[in-house]
Design a binder for this molecule. Structure first.
Ligand code: UFG
Length: 354
């Protein structure tokens, strides 16, 4: 089976490509490399020993997207491409609406034109309205994102439902990620944020290796046992595997099905900090800072639907999340930075040599 992965060069994309290749799928990757590098994909090749096609294509560029579909007989698409910074989305919402929504529209138009109607879409737990009570969030929880990034994910979910209503051949699985963290066990691929990381794990990793002086804990006065925010962290390899289960499930029925991908367990910032300290053997300096705007006290998934219908569940605990994040950071203190390969041209470009 040939799977097109949009945004395959990114953090989740590279881990997904490894899982797909190791499970016998042929893959074609497209990416605009705006927040990723070719080096991550070169390392996917190194881990798996398998070759694949990579195209430098922007999803808004319909002409070149069609070229990719005419060059390959695609069976299914896993659509990860999109901007994902909550902070940036509040300062430049139009960039998010244009890229995430129009990009997905263009992709779906081209898919329909080429009779490819199997799609796994990467959504986010950020589509849910903030929880009031300390309880797991099921797929039935009311929606109500609180930032433009979340709005784009919600709108895309709605758009996909409308597309299915217009043509019931479509088989669509929507995956709502909780907090993906960690790295591949090889330490070769991992999260590679530009500049100062906004998220807890990459920030903690940089403090541990001495690239940043201390962690700022955003609020210790939340209504949680230790006062810090609680999240459902999921190892990126477990998350990547979840996509393969969703892909497999596409053949069971047409329609639009939504699944949470998380572990079902919540951990506080302090708990993660202590776990990082125990895995690395280092003391992590921290300061208590005011709450970050838009943060909620707790968020963790009800994962029973994915378990029952997809047969998938996360198996890696916070120890392996911290261990693998640390291994990646220690082996690559500058991420992919030193080995960055820049695409040279703006039109469709194939990196078949991979
Ligand atoms: N935190 C800190 N200090 C930091 C960074 C984070 O204390 O430097 C805290 C936050 O306040 C929060 C927790 O660590 O309590 C996790 O924060 P992250 O930024 O790692 O993750 P978020 O839950 O805020 O957001 C993530 C993704 C979003 C996605 C959301 C889905 O970044 O893209 O999960 O629930 F939408």
């Amino acid at each position: 089976m040939k799977v097109l992965v949009t945004g395959g060069a990114g953090y989740i994309g590279t881990h997904l490509c490894v899982e797909l290749l190791e499970n016998g799928y042929e893959i074609v990757v497209i990416d605009n490399f705006s927040t990723s590098t070719l080096e991550g994909l070169r390392r996917v090749r190194e881990i798996t020993g398998k070759s694949f096609h990579v195209y430098y294509v922007n999803l808004l560029d319909k002409k070149n997207l069609k070229k990719v579909f005419s060059l390959h007989q695609i069976d299914s698409v896993i659509h990860l491409a999109g901007y994902k910074s909550v902070r940036e989305s509040t300062s430049d919402p139009m960039k998010y609406y244009r890229n995430n929504i129009e990009g997905t529209m263009t992709l779906c138009e081209v898919m329909q034109e080429f009779n490819v109607t199997s799609l796994v879409f990467s959504s986010s737990a950020t589509v849910y309205a903030p929880v009031e009570k300390y309880e797991a969030i099921s797929e039935k929880h009311p929606l109500g994102p609180t930032n433009p990034y979340g709005h784009t994910k919600r709108l895309i979910e709605e758009m996909l439902r409308d597309i299915f209503d217009s043509n019931t051949d479509w088989c669509i699985r929507i995956l709502r990620y909780f907090n993906p963290v960690g790295a591949h066990k090889s330490g070769l691929i991992g999260e590679n944020p530009k500049g100062i990381p906004a998220n807890l794990f990459p920030y903690l990793s940089k403090v541990v290796v001495g690239k940043l002086p201390a962690l700022f804990i955003y609020g210790d006065d939340y209504p949680t046992p230790d006062g810090t925010g609680i999240r459902d962290y999921i190892h990126v390899t477990d998350l990547a595997k979840g996509h393969l289960y969703a892909l497999h499930n596409l053949s069971s029925s047409s329609g639009v099905n939504v699944y949470n991908l998380g572990t079902g367990k919540g951990y506080s910032v302090f708990e993660m900090l202590r776990e990082f300290e125990s895995v690395t053997g280092k003391i992590i300096p921290y300061l208590i800072a005011p709450r970050r705007k838009g943060d909620v006290a707790f968020s963790f998934a009800d994962v029973s639907k994915a378990k029952e219908e997809l047969g998938w569940e996360a198996t890696r605990g916070i120890d392996s999340m911290c261990h693998d994040a640390w291994k990646w950071q220690r082996n690559n203190p500058n991420g992919y930075e030193l080995t960055r390969i820049k695409p040279l041209k703006k039109e469709v470009m194939s990196y078949d040599w991979l």
